[in-house]
Design a protein around this ligand. Structure first.
Ligand code: FES
Ligand SMILES: [Fe+2]
Length: 391
């Protein structure tokens, strides 16, 4: 769509001076950062390869040998549980001539390459290499599968490509204590949605965290998003990377249906019983926490113009065990998710198509409605271009 549109000064901080201004004066990022291949590659390098990314839920790999195969920012990975229970994130590329070692999900005692049967143990060690005796100086112990870091919080499995990154829990800052009452580790996955959008990943994030579009795009499905929203910023690891937005008015709000029948999580405070937390854990997790369940979205950029999104819904185990659970979830909870995912997919692609032309250009943010979009734009600039000039 945008071949040849990369401008030579795209990393010049002066280009973004108007986005750096306070929101009352600021302008959105210029359109080309949503199309440029070089900008995209810098985002992958400076953001996605440095931060903790959600890979899956622990319950997807409950037993030793369980695995899921994921492609994350162009890296084929195997997320598995080793025999001692350790969760690992291994390269899925065979060290012989690169064949993809596993597909989908399943259970294995060893990983055997489908091409020439080189075999790896679950910790990635290369343990069998048929017909390699004549290969001079070849020592299979020198060729394990590369791995990246894998750590867990509240049932989520996160990975990180950066060996020097702060450990996961401290990098989550105040979020860990704030969401502890929800006991998310005890929740179980009840439904997943897979979508692929013809839109830049930033359009999806921006759309996800502002309520400005709701009365237009979701007028049939949601209508009242977070009236009276209170925004809280958690600063962690030296960065303003996690935000919670509390919504009041659950009876009419986004995530708790009117006349709901499924129970709230036990022991929540009065405030939490009347709130939905909308969390961004930059760059990759959008987590919505109403009082009765969680939903979350992982988004995997696939080049500047495509984004694959997996959306999940999890309920407390005790709720799932209720005889009326399935009926209630299908009737009252999932349909709105189906609808607004379709509406958001549609509008993200509308935006992406609209900003592709040479005449596109943006004017200003709504200070009342787009504070999170402005903050997100500045987060991207901090990483891709460098920190704002303090003067
Ligand atoms: S590519 Fe895996 S054994 Fe040859
Ligand atoms: Fe939306």
């Amino acid at each position: 769509m945008n071949a040849g549109r990369d401008v030579t000064d795209i990393f010049e901080s002066a280009r973004y001076a108007s986005t750096r201004l306070p929101i009352e004066q600021a302008s959105p990022l210029p359109p080309d950062v949503y199309f440029s291949q070089v900008w995209y590659e810098r985002e992958i390098e400076t953001i996605f390869r440095k931060r903790w990314l959600v890979a899956t839920r622990e319950e997807e790999i409950p037993n030793p040998g369980d695995y899921v195969r994921l492609d994350i920012i162009g890296e084929p990975l195997i997320i598995l549980r080793d025999t001692d229970g350790t969760i690992r994130a291994l390269s899925a590329s065979c060290r012989h001539r690169g064949a993809e070692l596993l597909v989908g999900s399943g259970n294995c005692r060893k990983i055997t390459c489908p091409y020439h049967s080189w075999t790896y143990s679950l910790d990635g060690a290369l343990v069998a290499t048929p017909s390699m005796k004549a290969a001079e100086g070849f020592d299979k112990t020198e060729h394990p599968l590369p791995s990246v870091r894998a750590e867990t919080w509240a049932g989520f499995v996160f990975i990180n490509f950066d060996p020097d990154a702060t450990a996961l829990i401290p990098s989550l800052g105040g979020l860990v204590d704030r969401l502890a009452p929800y006991d998310m580790g005890e929740m179980v996955v009840t439904k997943k949605w897979e979508n692929r959008f013809n839109a830049n990943w930033k359009i999806w994030v921006e759309n996800s965290r502002e309520g400005y579009h709701v009365r237009t795009v979701h007028k049939e499905s949601l209508d009242t998003f977070y009236p009276g929203a209170i925004r809280t910023a958690f600063h962690a690891d030296g960065e303003p990377m996690v935000y919670a937005i509390n919504s009041s008015d659950n009876e009419n709000g986004l995530y708790v249906p009117r006349n709901h029948t499924l129970p709230f999580v036990e022991g929540l405070s009065e405030q939490d019983r009347e709130s939905t937390h909308f969390v961004i854990h930059y760059p990759h997790l959008l987590l919505n926490v109403p009082p009765d369940r969680i939903t979350f979205h992982q988004y995997f950029p696939e080049g500047p113009e495509w984004t694959r999104i997996t959306s999940w819904c999890c309920f407390p185990k005790s709720t799932v065990e209720r005889p009326d659970f399935e009926h209630e979830a299908e009737e009252k909870y999932y349909p709105s998710m189906d609808l607004f995912l379709a509406e958001d997919k549609g509008i993200c692609e509308v935006v992406h198509r609209g900003i592709g032309g040479s005449l596109a250009g943006f004017s200003r943010y709504s200070p009342d409605e787009e504070r999170t979009v402005h903050e997100f734009s500045n987060y991207v600039l901090d990483h891709v271009v460098g920190p704002a000039d303090p003067t």
